[in-house]
Write a protein that binds this ligand. Structure first.
Ligand code: AMP
Ligand code: ZN
Length: 475
């Protein structure tokens, strides 16, 4: 049974979902620049978590919002003289490309905050009606923090330090526990800073605060209560504390049963961040010859509740560990002289899953994996295992990779020449020259690729050059 650390209770707890699918909300990127690999530490870990839940028989609906309206996106768009949508589109597109390189998949919905303004306004109105929010003289609407008796339950702040009253309010989205006071739900329009970006509302022109965005988007997809809410540890206060306050006061129901937080990626002991200018984007690292797979491997080998210090040497270390796995898999694929022995894949899988299910103990899970690599290399050297055992081991690697997502090499791009041959074969088939079509297919096969005819065309993929997985060519 999967045990996870719940920030709300500060304890390990068995994870269970309320319904047949896990409702998982993950705070996504603020799209005013390329995400850095600190951000991706959190997003990769959330992808690992989603895979672990699914392997444990709990299908997941994961929602990741895109924060496309806040101080930073507005400043960026105004500086460039672009519309907010056009400006943030650039970084959203780049973000999706980065997710693909990092093999982060399976996220069901990516709502943009600017598409949910209506539901934010409804929530704010509800909070005003219930006495949890008020419009101040500056025309902004604030959440009345001292009115919510559970305020502080996630970040464990002292309620005595709550400042009630009109003079103490925070207008900015990010602030420290020392500035604890009423926070903005709706920020009144300031022509000087906001330029042409604003929304009309019953409270006057303005734009939403950052915290209400996530409360509204989570509610739009999942209703009042979700199973698990995720983000980096910097979000515990004030963002997640404020999300709880808004959602629970609005719906009178628990907001999230589980709170999952990922520790930071550091550089020289400090959080990697844009403001400290100590960050690498994925693009920076790809430019230096690293791959998304290697960065995923680096994150996967760490424990998510421990800070991870980033160095290029560390990344080189990950590269050689992945190469060891590649070599082992290549040897299995090319293994020819079979013996009689079986291989106990079952107990390796159980040990791996035991580690993973103990609060995502991936360092331990990788220790099991590297032990497996050593053992496989040994039996391959001695030519002891049977063909059946080789199949089982390959299957085991597949299963482990369905969680880790970094064991397979990157697919090499398919050369244009192969696509040209595929087109020629299609034409031959259309013209009923079936012998020609067959011989083109054979030529493609000899060049190392294989075809699969699907509903609306033909799929081409690299052929395993492996004597145990030889594909048959039939038409
Ligand atoms: P942002 O784009 O700043 O809204 O952040 C997106 C996500 O990245 C949030 O979950 C943050 O908590 C997380 N994050 C930001 N910096 C780091 C870091 N250095 N290490 C790990 N996660 C981070
Ligand atoms: Zn959020």
């Amino acid at each position: 049974m999967l045990q996870l650390y719940n920030t709300l209770s500060r304890r390990l707890e068995p994870f269970r979902a309320m319904g047949s699918k896990v409702k998982m909300y993950t705070c996504g990127p603020t799209v005013y620049g390329y995400a850095h690999i600190g951000n991706f530490r959190t997003f990769i870990t959330e992808d690992l978590l989603r895979r672990v839940l699914e392997v444990n028989g709990m299908p997941v609906i994961q929602v990741m919002n895109l924060t496309d309206v806040d101080d930073k996106t507005m400043r960026g768009a105004n500086e460039k003289g672009m519309s907010l949508r056009d400006y943030t589109d650039i970084y959203i597109k780049a973000f999706f490309e980065d997710l693909k390189s990092l093999r982060i998949e399976g996220i069901a919905h990516f709502p943009r905050a600017t598409d949910s303004i209506e539901s934010m306004l409804k929530m704010i109105q509800k909070l005003i009606d219930k006495g949890f929010a008020y419009q101040a003289e500056d025309k902004s609407v604030y959440f009345r923090v001292h009115a919510f008796k559970d305020y502080g339950k996630l970040s464990k702040i002292e309620r005595q330090s709550l400042v009630a009253g009109a003079s103490e309010r925070v207008h900015q989205d990010e602030y420290s526990k020392d500035n604890l006071c009423d926070f903005a739900l709706w920020k009144a329009y300031d022509p000087h800073h906001d330029g042409p970006i604003f929304w009309e509302s019953p409270f006057g022109r303005g734009r939403p605060g950052w915290h209400i965005e996530c409360s509204a988007m989570a509610q739009d997809f999942f209703g009042p209560t979700i199973d698990i809410h995720c983000g980096g540890v910097d979000l515990v206060f004030p963002h997640h504390e404020n999300e709880i306050a808004q959602s629970e006061c609005c719906h009178h129901a628990p907001f999230s049963h589980f709170w999952f937080h990922v520790e930071h990626l550091h550089v020289d002991g400090k959080k990697m961040s844009k403001s400290l200018n100590n960050f690498y984007t994925l693009r920076d690292l790809i430019g230096r010859g690293f791959s998304g797979r290697e960065i995923r491997g680096l994150v996967a080998q760490s424990h998510y509740r421990m800070p991870l210090n980033f160095t290029l040497d560390g990344l080189m270390g990950v590269r050689s560990s992945l190469e060891r796995i590649d070599q082992c898999l290549d040897r299995l694929k090319n293994y020819e002289e079979f013996g009689q022995e079986d291989f106990d894949t079952h107990s390796v899988y159980s040990m791996f899953m035991d580690a993973v299910n103990q609060d995502l103990n991936f360092p331990q899970a990788f220790a099991v994996l590297f032990e497996l690599v050593r053992d496989v290399n040994k039996v391959v050297d001695q030519k002891r295992i049977s063909l059946h055992a080789v199949h089982k081991i390959m299957q085991l690697f597949e299963s482990l990779d369905s969680i880790l997502g970094c064991l397979k090499k990157d697919e090499e791009p398919i050369p244009q020449m192969i696509y040209d041959l595929v087109d020629a074969r299609q034409l031959a088939r259309k013209e009923k020259r079936f012998q020609d079509a067959d011989s083109i297919r054979q030529e493609i096969y000899t060049l190392g690729y294989e075809l699969e005819d699907v509903m609306n065309g033909t799929k081409v993929k690299k052929r395993h050059q492996c004597n145990i997985q030889k594909s048959t060519v039939t038409d």
